[in-house]
Design a protein around this ligand. Structure first.
Ligand code: BG6
Length: 296
């Protein structure tokens, strides 16, 4: 169902029969809401989010493509998150069927202006689907449609902002003992020591060769988010903490306490596609109630 969002921007509202829902803005193919069947919001979006092109929406799930981060020739996190996508009414068949009627297919192709900054022709298809249990599934397919025979290379992330009750009560499981690149130290490589991750200061790390399943445990909310991913070996963990929060115009000073980004990504090893080739990257999010003692 097509609806008007903030500032008159078009959005698609997905509803699943048991009551869960999601919202996707055509601007950025940006998921800005994911609610469980009790109507509770599971994603964080800043109260100060601008919904004003060309600024990406602060929160939800921005798509970072064709460049993750600021190291490279393009603007920070690439341009997919601040382009207007269109609804793809006739998508080619998906390799894995979507067992739900609550889904939408969006497509991005380069404009003439885009080709000046990234000289390649591509089709980027994104399917956003709600599963019967309220799981949120995002499948990206990028195809090289260059006619000049040239390959292209890109990096990618689903920059998901999870809503958490209190960042100092949150733990992330699945990344302990892994190698990571520290974005706060010019991407120097370190190895994570010890137990599950907890948070007491700014963090901006790219974990490498991560498992297909990562969990975020929110003790206060008694909720565990589970991220399952495919084709996305890396995982970025980001929280700006107080100082960076104050420096961001579209982010409240205290909002860092209520969010955590865990981003399924392909960064360390960039992806190269020859003409005609397609890449697929998938993430599936679920939110499950956890008993107080779980994982302790
Ligand atoms: C994270 C990066 O993924 O995104 C951080 O690792 C960055 O370095 C953050 O600050 C937010 O980026 P932006 O462009 O949305 O402000």
């Amino acid at each position: 169902e097509l609806a008007k969002g903030v500032n008159g921007l078009d959005k698609i509202v997905l509803r699943e029969s048991r009551g869960s829902s999601a919202e996707v803005y055509l601007y950025g193919a940006h998921v800005t809401s994911w609610k469980n069947d009790h109507g509770e919001e599971l994603l964080f979006v800043s109260n100060k989010a601008l919904y004003k092109p060309p600024k990406a929406i602060r929160g939800g799930i921005p798509i970072c493509f064709p460049q993750f981060g600021g190291l490279g020739p393009l603007e920070q996190h690439g341009f997919a998150r601040n382009r207007f996508w269109t609804v793809d009414t006739d998508p080619p068949p998906f390799p894995t069927p979507t067992y739900s009627k609550a889904y939408v297919d969006l497509i991005l192709r380069p404009s003439e202006e885009d080709i000046k900054i990234w000289p390649h022709s591509y089709e980027f298809r994104l399917r956003v689907a709600l599963g019967p249990g309220g799981d949120l599934m995002l499948t990206s397919r990028v195809r090289n449609t260059n006619t000049d025979g040239k390959p292209f290379t890109f990096t990618f992330a689903y920059h998901t902002y999870f809503s958490v009750s209190d960042i100092s009560e949150v733990r992330v499981e699945g990344l302990e003992t892994l190698d990571y690149l520290d974005n706060l130290k010019y991407r120097e490589r370190f190895t994570e020591q010890g137990d599950a991750l907890t948070f007491e200061s700014e963090v901006d790390k790219i974990y490498l060769s991560t498992p297909t399943k990562i969990a975020i445990l929110d003790h206060e909310k008694k909720r565990t988010f589970v991220i399952r991913k495919d084709g996305l070996p890396d995982a970025v963990v980001w929280n700006p903490w107080d100082k960076k929060a104050k420096a961001m115009a579209d982010f409240g000073d205290d909002e860092y306490k209520h969010m955590l980004c865990v981003e399924a990504a392909a960064i360390e090893k960039s992806i190269t596609l020859k003409p005609g080739e397609e890449w697929k990257g998938r993430q599936e999010l679920s939110a499950v109630p956890s008993s107080y003692c779980s994982g302790q």
